[in-house]
Design a protein. Structure first.
Length: 487
């Protein structure tokens, strides 16, 4: 049919595909563009040399991260005390380095995998590339292809296999679509199976237990640049104390966001004790806080007062924001490397779940909610997933919308409510099917009240995690590798 584009057209298609992938995610949610983007990348790929394929993959990554993580510039420039030229340079460096994940995946794919069985081998390579990006150098699983499908016809697959399974199905849809355009009519059958099978899948893998828990999620809306000043500390204590008084008599659980009180836990204790004195006896209050232990280590934590047992220390830290790689070299080099509270220590991998208001809590602080394996591990031992976050760093960008979408997918994957309190939005209650029960407006000092149910039972994904999909992705690669060597 003459569907083999020239190299310049393929490179242009890669840039377009990167933009299309961003449009699949919130706040745009044009999920149907996902298979189109994959088709643009797959079409003609096997006519390229490994170096040309790497360039195509890199350009896709540049377009994806330049459009989809543009909020990085906001964090560096607006809140990282960095001038515009340097902020532009650091953002460009971030984008171009992340794009190397796609360059490497495409180079390895063309170097070691032949054209036979390409429809499935490309999908396997893509998913393994996403896994590598999730974990290498602490990982960055933002804008995984499958993350955008919580509102799509594929959504019912999420509790079965999770986000990587969704990615695999989307990529297969794109490669099968190209095969169909080449008049390989057999491709219609697996395409139909991918998109129609969800109609037969269970809609509920978990069930509610007992009476609902009434919850209030507080949103202080403190300016980030003011937050860690003495004035900001006083404002935070007053705002969250006042909001708590307004809701205390009507709820079982009150949730303050990440580092709601911008001070260490010993400094915050008098504020929390005053607040606790006005709480009904059975009411629980959880708050994000900075903990300082006896060894002078700082932890990004969740603690509680009232009807609460235990605490949680964040396990997966954000590079540069919460700890500084190569600290002896970079500390003091530029202002961005001296952000407040950028010397946190990592919490233990296995922590006893918190108990609050009679409910077992699975915690995920901010960035942790984007890690599917981590959240599944927490969901296995908990009734509800609680996530506190400070999305103030995103400003008025698309970042908070993407962050919320990934939190919604974690709810759907694990069949658990997700209750999410953020500093300035998007504060929300999410049901076990990933649907928004309610949300608070952004950039307002407010609170959101509602209910959630403790859930019992486990989804297939919570039980098995992503390992079956990772194994399948590796197996899908084997026919192409074997035939390449045989040839």
């Amino acid at each position: 049919m003459g569907l083999t584009p020239t190299l310049p057209l393929q490179l242009l298609a890669a840039l377009v595909a990167g933009g299309f992938t961003t449009l699949t995610a919130s706040p745009f949610e044009l999920w149907w563009l996902g298979p189109v983007a994959i088709g643009l990348l797959f079409l003609g790929l096997h006519q390229l040399s490994p170096a040309q394929a790497a360039l195509k993959g890199w350009l896709y990554g540049v377009a994806l991260f330049a459009s989809g993580t543009s909020w990085v510039y906001v964090a560096i420039h607006d809140y990282g005390y960095t001038g515009m030229p340097l902020a532009v340079f650091l953002t460009a460096l971030f984008v171009t380095v992340l794009a190397l994940f796609f360059a490497g995946t495409f180079w390895l794919y063309r170097r070691f995998v032949g054209p036979r069985w390409a429809v499935v081998t490309f999908a396997g390579a893509w998913v393994l590339g996403e896994v590598l990006r999730t974990y290498l150098f602490t990982g960055f699983p933002w804008l995984l292809v499958g993350s955008s499908y919580v509102d799509s016809p594929l959504a019912s697959w999420a509790p079965v296999g999770g986000v990587y399974w969704l990615s695999l199905l989307v990529v297969l849809s794109g490669t099968l679509g190209v095969a169909f355009l080449h008049r390989q009519w057999w491709a219609a059958l697996p395409l139909a199976a991918i998109w129609l099978t969800p109609l037969a899948l269970p809609q509920h893998w978990t069930t509610p237990v007992d009476e609902p828990t009434r919850v209030a999620l507080l949103q202080g809306n403190l300016p980030q640049l003011l937050k860690w000043t003495p004035e900001g500390q006083r404002s935070a204590a007053n705002i969250y104390s006042d909001l708590t008084r307004q809701v205390a008599d009507d709820v079982d659980l009150i949730l303050w966001p990440e580092t709601a009180l911008p001070m260490i836990d010993s400094q915050a204790r008098p504020v929390l004790e005053r607040v606790q004195s006005n709480l009904p006896p059975e009411t629980a209050l959880l708050t994000g806080i900075v903990q300082l232990d006896e060894a002078n280590r700082y932890f990004n934590s969740v603690i509680g007062v009232g009807n609460v047992e235990g605490s949680y220390q964040k396990e997966h830290l954000v590079p540069f924001g919460e700890y500084l790689p190569l600290e002896s070299v970079l500390r003091g080099a530029i202002n961005f490397f001296d952000l407040p509270m950028s010397s946190f220590s990592k919490g233990a991998s296995h922590q006893v779940p918190m108990q609050a208001a009679g409910v077992t809590i699975g915690n995920a602080i901010c960035y942790e909610i984007i890690y599917p394996q981590l959240v599944a591990r927490r969901a296995m031992d908990s009734d509800v997933i609680v996530t506190v976050s400070n999305d103030t760093w995103f400003g008025a960008s698309i970042g908070p919308h993407q962050h919320l979408q990934m939190a919604r997918l974690r709810a759907l994957e694990n069949g658990r409510y997700v209750v999410r309190a953020t500093s300035n939005g998007i504060t929300a209650i999410i049901d076990p099917r990933g649907r928004l029960v309610d949300r608070a407006p952004q950039f307002e000092t407010t609170y959101l009240t509602g209910e959630f149910h403790a859930m019992q039972g486990l989804t297939p994904f919570t039980r098995m995690g992503s390992w079956p999909t990772w194994l399948l992705a590796g197996l899908l690669l084997l026919p192409g590798v074997v035939r390449r060597r045989a040839g």
